[in-house]
Design a protein around this ligand. Sequence first.
Ligand code: NAD
Length: 295
Amino acid sequence: MQIGFIGLGHMGGPMAANLLKAGHALTVFDLSEGALDEARKAGATLAASPCAVAQASDVVITMLPAAAHVKAVYLNEDDGVLAGVRPGVPLIDSSTIDPATARMIGEAARARGNPFADAPVSGGVVGAQAGTLTFMVGADEALFETLRPVFSGMGKNMVRCGETGTGQIAKICNNLLLAISMIGVAEAMKLGESLGIDPGKLASIVNTSTGRCWSSETCNPYPDIVPTAPASRGYTGGFGADLMLKDLGLAVDAARQAKQPVFMGALAQQLYQSMSQQGLGGLDFSGIIKLYGKG
Ligand code: NAD
């Protein structure tokens, strides 16, 4: 398939590389010369603008930092995707943005005759490189089936969540829960340490008891409990705290619009903001345990 890809960063770069490996032809655009160079070496054709990418493609994927970039790339009247795309060509945005913007872009695309899917991912850079991402897709059933071969070039799981915007809803609700569970595990581990239980013993009890969760079992924030966890290598790699802070901001803003209280989510946002203020935003988000003091 002739695929257009815009946004070749930490996630988009390896996702595009996997589409090339899967045998698709790619036309790409990014603002970074370095990212474009990498993509060219991997076999992609470079285009001069989002509009030029769209003109050359049978499906377009975007993987951009935030809503402002997504709006600019799709809606810019001179060189945006919608200025160049042929009617009927499906558009996929895999950036993590707010559901309201996803719906707005979806409406603008449909008004021009282009189906639109919001398809944020989980799995991080490691999943993007390995081609094992999970796609949470907001699209009607027909569009979801049309796009399945595209997603399977970059990921292992694809879930249709509902209509446009529901992929983003799934993504921000999952990350809200993940942030809260990570803080809960950090708090329990540090309390156990202060009260005098061996942290490894505590973790093994939690992981066979009702406190068990991904944050305790796979990504325990206490060092040297899980050898493969970022906590066991100085909180490097993994999912950056500043990215978690961004996702919590999306969840809290969406909650405000819906007049839905998110007591724990708002507190989690403040804790990650504090982590970021202390200059720790580049660490894995399990580094939130540092707010509980040194052991
Ligand atoms: P990134 O900052 O590494 O990459 C973004 C890319 O977009 C950069 O190469 C940048 O040059 C490009 N870009 C920005 N504005 C542009 C424009 N106007 N036109 C063309 N290109 C433009 O970000 P990332 O880590 O790849 O994340 C991308 C998205 O995926 C974000 O929404 C993020 O929240 C989400 N996400 C990231 C991770 C992760 O672990 N990094 C995990 C899941 C989801």
